[in-house]
Design a protein. Structure first.
Length: 306
């Protein structure tokens, strides 16, 4: 088995060989959410300044699990091959009218992304920041996005208010919300595990213990950056009215929020300690959203830090 660095260099050489100069290729670490530097392979067409970045961590994990190098090379090639095609919508990023229907927002931690926030238009929100992206392409293999920088905004001659208005309208359409009981999520995991030795619980045992569980998982149908759904208009309002309660919002990660009725939480300090511990020990650094706990007040229709 080759090391991670050898794997990265192997993928770079293979892409250089396959594209024969049609794409400039390089391997380097790319800063992602929370300042995490991720080893990536980057490709750029000669007619455009944009680089497509492919994170290699997940591919190396697949390699360690037994997936052939040839298959991984083919998968990465397919991503860059789509990017290389003339109809890949890179030029459209220069025209606001062509991308305005695909502008969306994400929620990230403010303090952990100070360097990034210097480069991008954003809106402070609680201890978080709302940042803006363009959904460039989506297909059966996934999706590609491009962060909106100050340079983009200036080229478009649009203010942050315009970006926010478009994102507020587009994001629920592009990334529909998904809300279900934690029990349903666990039930699906147990079914999918099919005897996985790391999930030591039977479906029957779980179903007996679950009915009183008041915890709900709020995300989007993609399961990526789903914590943003708490910004969707009337999302929390409608749910709190259904529950006839204010809501405690636990930031599980950038991908999802956990919701539960407010009166059921008795020791908020203990909850905060638990979240901080989980963020340090269980959640990947790149996926951490916040150590804080939020409260949705249904009478005021507001979210605040508890």
């Amino acid at each position: 088995m080759i090391s991670f660095n050898q794997f990265v260099e192997c993928m770079r050489k293979e892409m250089v060989k396959k594209f024969q100069g049609r794409l400039a290729m390089k391997a380097e670490k790319v800063k992602k959410n929370n300042g995490v530097a991720v080893a990536s392979l980057l490709g750029k067409r000669a007619d455009n300044k944009e680089w497509l970045s492919v994170c290699l961590d997940s591919y190396y994990a697949a390699y360690k699990e037994g997936i052939d190098l040839e298959q991984l090379e083919a998968d990465i090639y397919d991503l860059f091959n789509t990017f290389e095609k003339p109809d890949y919508p890179l030029k459209e990023l220069e025209d606001f009218e062509k991308v305005n229907d695909n502008i969306f927002y994400k929620l990230i931690n403010y303090d952990k992304n100070l360097d990034m926030l210097k480069e991008v238009p954003h809106i402070p929100y609680l201890d978080l920041a709302i940042v803006f992206y363009v959904l460039v392409e989506r297909n059966e293999k996934g999706q590609s996005t491009s962060v909106i920088t100050h340079a983009c905004r200036k080229q478009w001659r649009k203010g942050i208010e315009t970006l926010y208005k478009r994102a507020k309208e587009n994001t629920p359409r592009l990334f529909p919300a998904s809300l279900c009981r934690m029990g349903k999520v666990m039930e699906d995991l147990i079914k999918e595990s099919n005897g996985n030795r790391y999930l030591d619980i039977s479906l029957e045992d779980f179903m007996e213990s679950e009915p009183s569980n008041p915890l709900f998982v709020l995300s989007n149908t993609c399961g990526v950056y789903g914590a943003t759904t708490m910004l969707y208009q009337d999302m929390l309002k409608d749910f709190s009215e259904m529950m006839e309660s204010d809501l405690v919002i636990l930031p599980s990660s950038v991908h999802e929020m956990l919701l539960l009725p407010y009166p059921i939480v008795h020791d908020m300090n203990e909850v905060k300690k638990t979240i901080a511990h989980i963020n340090r020990t269980e959640v990947p650094v790149m996926d951490v959203l916040s150590d804080n706990v939020y409260l949705y007040d249904r009478k005021k229709n507001t979210i605040s830090i508890l």
